[in-house]
Write a protein that binds this ligand. Structure first.
Ligand code: HEM
Length: 233
């Protein structure tokens, strides 16, 4: 599907009629802002020693991750991994004309953004996975820590602590990239992630949106799995 290049051609003329297109569905937007809030919450609660709340944030992040993985397969067009994951070469090619000021015709993540999303989700998944096996050296441990030796649990606790720095670095890079798009290319990426829509050339077809009922069902299953892990394992 050559949606983007059609739009670019139209936008390139400078006369293309524009229209509002919903590029991010509500579930993806809720996922994004809840994830950002919960990561901040997990950091603050860990530093304050509020371990119960830290665990709660961790389980909620796990539920969000499970939801996002499923939504990346069966969700709306722009949420689908198959749609936005491209090769590192495509990402480099995209970045090579970063300084060029041109209209924003992206219907979802661009090639570089897609890889950044993958990296962030992988780092967050590693954080959740190591957290499940971690201990705080005092009275608390993740629900899976009892299945490994104390030495392995200690190692994974160290990795859990270290990996958070990588998440922090990725988030700083993420926000810096969004700022750079605003300053260099004059592309406002934040408003679409808040309100869902952006103005695109009318020639660009709107992406298909999956139903909210499906999203609610997928989220309920994801939250149920996280809850079962917390309650029964
Ligand atoms: C802990 C903090 C954050 C994390 C972990 C995070 C993570 C993510 C992830 C995983 C995505 C991909 C969304 C998806 O396809 O499901 C994304 C996209 C996005 N995020 Fe964040 N984010 C954080 C903070 C922020 C902040 C503070 C802003 C606003 C400045 C922001 C703005 C955006 C925007 C605009 C996109 C869409 C980018 C695009 O158009 O391709 N994020 N973020």
């Amino acid at each position: 599907m050559n949606v983007r290049s059609a739009g670019e051609r139209a936008a390139g003329t400078g006369t293309a009629p524009m229209r509002k297109v919903v590029v991010w569905d509500l579930p993806t937007r809720l996922f994004h802002w809840c994830l950002a809030g919960l990561i901040a919450g997990a950091y603050v609660t860990a530093n304050l020693g509020k371990i119960d709340l830290h665990f709660l944030c961790g389980y909620a992040i796990l539920a969000l991750l499970l939801f996002r993985l499923a939504w990346g397969v069966i969700g709306s067009d722009t949420a689908r991994f198959a749609r936005f994951l491209q090769s590192p070469l495509a990402a480099l090619k995209h970045l090579s004309h970063f300084r060029r000021r041109e209209p924003d015709t992206e219907v979802g993540h661009n090639a570089a953004g897609g890889l950044m999303v993958l990296a962030m989700l992988a780092l967050i998944a590693l954080q959740v996975a190591t957290g499940l096996f971690s201990n705080d050296g005092l009275f608390s441990e993740g629900p899976l820590a009892k299945y490994v030796s104390p030495a392995v649990s200690d190692r994974l606790s160290g990795l859990h602590e270290f990996n958070f720095n990588l998440i922090l670095a990725a988030v700083v890079l993420h926000v810096a990239a969004i700022l750079a798009y605003a300053l260099v290319k004059r592309h406002d990426l934040v408003r679409p992630m808040v309100l869902g829509w952006k103005r695109l050339p009318a020639s660009i077809p709107a992406p298909r949106r999956a139903s909210l009922a499906l999203a609610a069902l997928v989220f309920a299953l994801a939250a149920g799995a996280a809850w079962a892990l917390a309650a029964f394992v």
